[in-house]
Design a protein around this ligand. Structure first.
Ligand SMILES: O=c1ccn([C@@H]2O[C@H](COP(=O)(O)O)[C@@H](O)[C@H]2O)c(=O)[nH]1
Length: 238
């Protein structure tokens, strides 16, 4: 059974378990889940998952797996053992890589009796705009076309959903249906600084577009009053 209580996922982009714990203690009444990404996981390792799970919160392990199919499958298998609620891979790794990741996670869940996490594919990062996408990343065509193509590919590979910017939600919904999970970072309440995010939307607009979950980091965690910032977002998306 999913532990995710509401659509607001808070990104714990901090170095240490101590800093993450302070945020979780302040924010767990408001957050549906907490995201542990490469900064926190690469410093603290799997211990951070164990400690946060003791607080009875749902965890999205955001390691954006991207490697050959065998390597990604192995990582998906061992991450499943941690009992996380969501894990992700890069769609750019291809359909076989995604399919192997899903198979490994589901087999491990069936073998151990641990709930299988939702497995989602990262499409085009929300920090990338059209100019960078074509001229630096070197992929022709529009970001939206590519995101929809990768979303369809992820669905065909058996994944539960994708990570995409709020700008592509409507097109993904049309292509992949209402049951497909869409997780959207690049969320900024009105008047809040975008930082390095390029394809942004407010929490209310992103939910109206059809997001399943919103990922929000700095607008909450760097706020002088993180609990109030999270409460305001929940109020906006209610
Ligand atoms: O395309 C993507 C994929 C992942 N992220 C992650 O979401 C959070 C956003 O943090 P903010 O502070 O709200 O900008 C962060 O952990 C990213 O690694 C993303 O932003 N875009």
């Amino acid at each position: 059974m999913s532990l995710i209580k509401n659509p607001l996922i808070i990104a714990l982009d901090v170095d240490t378990i101590e800093e993450a714990s302070v945020l979780v203690d302040k924010l767990s009444p408001y957050a549906g889940a907490f995201k542990v990404g490469m900064q926190l996981y690469n410093y603290e390792g799997p211990e951070v998952i164990r400690i946060l799970k003791e607080k009875n919160v749902a965890i999205f392990i955001d390691l954006k797996l991207h490697d050959i199919p065998n390597t990604v499958a192995g990582a998906a298998r061992v991450l499943t053992r941690h009992g996380v609620s969501i894990l992700n891979v890069h769609a750019a790794g291809g359909k076989t890589m995604m399919r192997e990741a899903v198979k490994a996670a589901r087999d491990e869940a069936a073998k151990t009796g641990i709930d299988c996490p939702l497995i989602v594919a990262v499409t085009v990062l929300t920090s990338i705009d059209q100019e960078v996408f074509n001229n630096e990343v070197g992929i022709n065509g529009s970001i939206q076309e590519r995101v929809v193509l990768w979303a369809r590919m992820a669905r065909e590979a058996g994944l539960d959903g994708v990570v995409a910017s709020p700008h592509e939600i409507a097109a993904i919904r049309k292509a992949c249906g209402n049951d497909f999970v869409i997780i959207t970072p690049g969320v900024r309440p009105a008047g809040v600084i975008a930082n390095d995010q390029k394809r942004i939307m407010t929490p209310g607009e992103a939910m109206r577009q059809g997001a399943t979950y919103l990922v929000v980091g700095r607008p909450v965690t760097a706020s002088p009053d993180p609990a109030q910032a999270a409460r305001a977002i929940l109020e906006e998306i209610k």
